[in-house]
Ligand binder design. Structure first.
Ligand code: CTP
Length: 403
């Protein structure tokens, strides 16, 4: 029986989005195009999730279709990518829609962006280039059957049964980043891989060398996936051997432990806190072309792991050891070594700050720059040992030392 989501669309999409889709539908009828919602938007409509991006696939040439609508002032074109014949257009009340032409692709190099071999193929041919059955659903925007789901691959059934399934046996070989995408979708929608997909993934991870993979795409997928701050993602990353894709380690850490520390200490780079618990390979870290701030997390982690903690006897020592290190690296260090000093620092010591400043010390008679530095350090030591509490205590202490 065919599934029609017209009513669901009316409940889930804003009036402005619905109006834009209806305008597209009328224009497609007028100009002889067949158009469909495709991919994530259809999946999310079925699941009743919030919709962020609207993607339409045009059987034929999407750029031609958009130009025809723009000529009639139905939309304005924001961007055109001529080689792929894709366009982004804006409709009334700032509704933006991405239009793609149906296309067939092939992957010349594993894990790199695919190359288009034919634009304007059938919808069915377009669907078969995609990653998972749940992402391969189309929804007709054509007047004859507006709202009808077109499912060539059993995606509706898989969504219902919470199954994550690739479309063909070569899927991970063509694009290993799909292994990471699988984690993301499994976590977001609480899916489980079907047996065959599991076998294909395991086979790939045990047998394939993929130094030629596009690391920027791997990085981008890992960022999206670990930014979900989802404990199950990390557990699956380890239990399903996905860490092998980045030549990572298999640490004895549970996703929930990382999540608890991330929630408590709010590091800026949530995704790197997860990734850093496994990624250690210098070459891969280089391949990821991290920003300076991102790279610092890995440098800090290495520093912490390589330095001897046996010399640490006091709060002051702990403070100095962690002081300049990123929160992410301290969390990772704790999880890898279980050294409680890391938590003492995050929980307590990192909050302790000297309140007097250099100018105030000058007023109190310490004029030499070096001496000011030394005094600030002495105050810090006292504060960390608990003998100075507030600013007045600090000033009294300075006075006692400069008499
Ligand atoms: N796609 C694919 N293989 C990839 C990346 C994307 O087949 N490696 C296809 C999927 O059909 C996907 C669509 O391109 O649905 C759009 O990709 P993307 O925007 O990354 O994902 P969405 O499914 O829209 O999911 P999200 O909600 O995360 O944006």
């Amino acid at each position: 029986m065919s599934l029609n989501l017209k009513e669901k669309m009316e409940n889930s999409l804003s009036k402005d989005v619905l109006k834009a889709l209806e305008d597209c539908s009328t224009a497609a009828g007028d100009y002889g195009f067949k158009i469909y919602l495709i991919g994530g938007v259809v999946r999310d409509l079925i699941l009743g999730k919030e919709i962020f991006d609207i993607d339409i696939t045009v059987q034929g040439n999407a750029t031609d279709f958009c130009h025809k609508m723009a000529d009639k002032k139905i939309c304005k074109i924001l961007q055109v990518q001529n080689d792929l014949k894709t366009s982004k257009a804006i409709f009334q009340n700032k509704v933006e829609i991405d239009f793609a032409s149906t296309r067939q692709e092939f992957y010349p190099r594993r894990g790199h962006l695919p190359v288009v071999v034919r634009i304007g193929c059938t919808l069915e041919e377009d669907v078969y280039r995609r990653d998972f059955t749940i992402n391969s659903l189309a929804l007709s925007l054509n007047e004859r059957n507006f709202g009808e789901i077109i499912d060539y691959v059993g995606g509706v059934e898989d969504l219902k049964n919470k199954k994550l399934k690739v479309l063909h046996d070569n899927s991970f070989n063509e694009d290993p980043t799909r292994i990471i995408r699988g984690l993301k979708f499994a976590a977001r929608f609480n899916l489980h891989r079907d047996e065959h997909t599991k076998e294909l993934q395991n086979y790939y991870l045990q047998n394939s060398l993929h130094d030629d993979i596009s690391w920027s795409r791997v990085k981008s997928e890992l960022k999206q996936t670990f930014s979900l701050n989802n404990a199950r993602v990390f557990d699956m990353f380890i239990a399903n051997d996905v860490y092998k894709l980045i030549y990572g380690n298999k640490p004895d850490i549970k996703g929930l432990e990382i999540k608890a520390l991330v929630d408590k200490y709010s590091p800026e780079n949530v995704w790197l806190t997860y990734l850093g618990c496994s990624l250690n390979d210098k070459k891969i870290i280089e391949n990821f072309c991290f920003t300076r701030q991102e790279k610092k997390i890995f440098d800090d982690k290495q520093y912490l792991l390589e330095h001897d903690l046996s010399i640490i006897n006091s709060n002051y020592d702990i403070y100095k050891f962690f002081e300049k290190r990123s929160i992410e690296s301290i969390i990772i260090f704790y999880l890898l070594t279980r050294r409680k000093e890391a938590l003492i620092y995050l929980e307590k010591l990192s909050q302790i700050k000297v309140m007097v400043n250099g100018d105030e010390l000058k007023e109190l008679g310490i004029t030499d720059g070096k001496e000011i530095g030394k005094m600030l350090d002495k105050i810090l030591k006292k504060k960390l040992s608990g003998s100075l509490i507030n600013k007045a205590d600090e000033i009294e202490y300075v006075k006692s030392k400069t008499k």
